[in-house]
Each structure stands twice: as structure tokens, then as C-alpha cells.
Design a protein around this ligand. Structure first.
Ligand SMILES: Nc1ncnc2c1ncn2[C@@H]1O[C@H](COP(=O)(O)OP(=O)(O)OP(=O)(O)O)[C@@H](O)[C@H]1O
Ligand SMILES: [Mg+2]
Length: 326
């Protein structure tokens, strides 16, 4: 992988700092859980990591490298049988967004979280990713209490927002190099991983172009590659297929299926019910911040007494029943 020139690296560092202070000033309520690093920590490439963790990003500090995999030790270990366990999770804005939610996602499964607009999916996942503080409840990521040790939890997961943020002045390859460097990944292994990811996502012809000229879908794919470059065991994606053309969507779906085959856990939210129907091992339906149905497609059909109905039919029936009961 081409090395970033010092002046380019400086430019990115400045960008991170500016972005971090903007975010801190926008989210003062969440500061106590992730206190900003001491002034003495704010120098040098590795020392940016606490700032970045503190900000709204998908990365966090990393520690000593694992010589075998080039990854921090906590990132390369296997998850226990539950990849994610949420208990009593609650978040209120003006009104209740997530309402005493219980949710378990097993290690190695492809889980689709569905729900109507405003159901609380993004809010739930943002709490899991450490970007929002819950009012109540617990979150365990691979056995790690994400509210007590958010950094350790982030080390084994990737979060791809529905509004991905990348750095326009970098090329995809530079961006992935930068992210892998933040994680402390072995440069040789991460270069291979970055090139594989860009190839799988159809971005290879653009890997040396600056992202500033990229379309929305191309940016989404760069953000996805950035989230996967450190080889996370739990991958959480908020509407990853929205805005992608059919070829790009196939690239992304293929990549996610490969990750599940290699033992990772994938959680996605989507409004494309066909994706959930075809790809998910289990499906959860959220309405008004509560889990109202969960299971395999066959189980959902049995639970709803609808032998051969489509997921769309069941989804509409469930959501309408919830709305009528509210
Ligand atoms: N930062 C915020 N401030 C105030 N209210 C918020 C905020 N974020 C989300 N909400 C509210 O919380 C509720 C749940 O929103 P959320 O974004 O989690 O829904 P969603 O299920 O992801 O919906 P969609 O399918 O449209 O993405 C909504 O009523 C929304 O208006
Ligand atoms: Mg959402």
C-alpha cells in the first residue's frame, strides 16, 4: 500500500481534530461516558485514537498487536455464543424511541432488523455502536459490557452508518491505509485486505482517485470497506443497500455473505424485505421501540399463522396490528 506522505497525513489529522471538536460541541450530554483524552495524549498518530473514539466514528483505540494476525488481541479472538445481547434498552428523545428492548443475536448469524420508519432501529444500533447513551438497559457485545468498556466492544465490531462519513481528500486506498493504521493493523496484511475489499466491491479501478468525486453509492462502498479492514467479528450496517445499483448491491451482499461464512456475525437494517427474506438467518421486527416478532422466515410464518405468505405481507400485518393496538 502506498504510504501517505507526511503533509497528507497532517491534513487528515487536522480534519479529524476539527471534526472531533464539532461533534463534542454538538453532543455535550454524552461526554461523561467517554471523557476526552488528556492534552498530553493529543500528539502523534496513535494518540489521535482516543479523540476519534470520543467522536462519532467507527474506529477506536487499539492496543498491542497480535503477531499472528496483525490485529489487537481482543479483535482476533472468537466471540462467545451471543454476538450481541441487549436487555431492557431504553432511549427517550422528545418521546420514547427505544422501549425496554430485549434482543439477542447469535454468533455467526445474519440477522435482519426490520421496522417501519421511526421504529427505533437506528437509535438502537447507535447505542450499540457507542454513539448514543441509553437511558436504561445493558448491551453486551461478544461478552463485553459495551457501556462499561466501549473501547473493547468497538474493537470487535464494525459499524456502518446510514450516512457514511469518509475523507474526501483521500483515495480509497489511502483511506483504508489510514483506518488500518488507526487500528494498529500490520501494514502488509492490511494492504492485502484493503485491495481485496476494494476488488470485492468493484472499486479497484477507482482505488487511486480521490473520494471527493465519488457518487453516493461509491462513497457507501468505501465506508463499508473502511469498516471491514480490521476484520471485525460483528458487523452492524444501517441500511447498507439503500442507493446502491443492482451490481453494487450484489457486491455488498456477496461480501457480507462471505463474512458470515467465515464466522462473522452480520446485523443489518433494511427496508428491502426481499434482502431479509433471502439472506437473513433470523429476522427481528421492531415497532415503537419494541421487538414485536422474531425468528426465521418459517418461524415468523408459523407465529403469524400465515403458511405461505411473503415477508412483506407479514410485515405489513404486524405493523398495522401494532399501530391499531397503540
Ligand atoms: N437525535 C434525535 N433527536 C430526537 N429524536 C430522535 C433522534 N434520533 C431519532 N429520534 C427519534 O427516535 C425515533 C426512532 O428513530 P430511528 O431513527 O431510530 O428510527 P428508524 O427505525 O431507524 O427509522 P428509519 O427506518 O426511518 O430509519 C423517531 O421518532 C425519531 O424521530
Ligand atoms: Mg434508521
Amino acid at each position: 500500500m502506498s504510504c501517505l506522505k507526511p503533509e497528507r497525513l497532517n491534513m487528515v489529522h487536522k480534519f479529524f481534530k476539527a471534526r472531533t471538536s464539532t461533534i463534542l460541541s454538538q453532543n455535550p450530554r454524552d461526554d461523561s461516558r467517554h471523557p476526552p483524552p488528556a492534552r498530553s495524549e493529543r500528539r502523534g498518530r496513535r494518540n489521535l485514537l482516543p479523540l476519534i473514539h470520543h467522536a462519532e466514528t467507527s474506529f477506536c483505540p487499539c492496543c498491542a498487536s497480535d503477531a499472528k494476525h496483525g490485529l489487537p488481541e481482543t479483535m482476533s479472538r472468537d466471540l462467545p455464543s451471543s454476538a450481541l445481547e441487549i436487555r431492557g434498552l431504553t432511549k427517550r428523545f422528545d418521546r420514547l424511541a427505544v422501549d425496554r428492548l430485549d434482543l439477542t443475536v447469535r454468533a455467526g448469524e445474519f440477522y435482519a432488523l426490520l421496522g417501519p420508519n421511526g421504529a427505533g432501529k437506528t437509535t438502537t444500533l447507535r447505542m450499540v455502536a457507542g454513539l448514543l447513551r441509553p437511558d436504561a438497559g445493558s448491551i453486551s457485545v461478544g461478552g463485553i459490557d459495551a457501556l462499561v468498556d466501549p473501547v473493547a466492544a468497538k474493537q470487535i465490531m464494525a459499524w456502518v452508518s446510514d450516512e457514511p462519513m469518509i475523507y474526501d481528500k483521500l483515495t480509497p486506498l489511502e483511506y483504508l491505509e489510514f483506518v488500518a493504521g488507526l487500528w494498529g493493523c500490520d501494514p502488509v496484511l492490511s494492504e492485502r485486505s484493503a485491495r481485496d475489499l476494494l476488488g470485492s466491491l468493484g472499486l479497484e479501478p477507482h482505488q487511486n482517485e480521490r473520494c471527493e468525486g465519488f457518487s453516493k453509492g461509491m462513497r457507501q462502498k468505501v465506508a463499508l470497506a473502511g469498516a471491514l479492514v480490521h476484520d471485525p467479528r460483528l458487523i452492524i450496517l444501517d441500511e447498507p443497500l439503500t442507493g446502491l445499483d443492482a451490481v453494487s448491491a450484489r457486491h455488498v451482499k456477496g461480501l457480507l455473505q462471505d463474512r458470515v461464512r467465515s464466522g462473522c456475525t452480520v446485523i443489518i437494517t433494511t427496508h428491502i424485505l426481499e434482502v431479509a427474506e433471502r439472506m437473513a438467518d433470523r429476522i427481528g421486527v421492531i415497532s415503537s421501540g419494541r421487538l414485536v416478532a422474531e425468528g426465521t422466515l418459517a418461524e415468523l410464518r408459523r407465529q403469524n399463522g400465515k403458511g405461505d405468505s411473503s415477508l412483506e405481507d407479514m410485515f405489513v400485518a404486524l405493523v398495522e396490528a401494532e399501530a391499531a393496538a397503540a
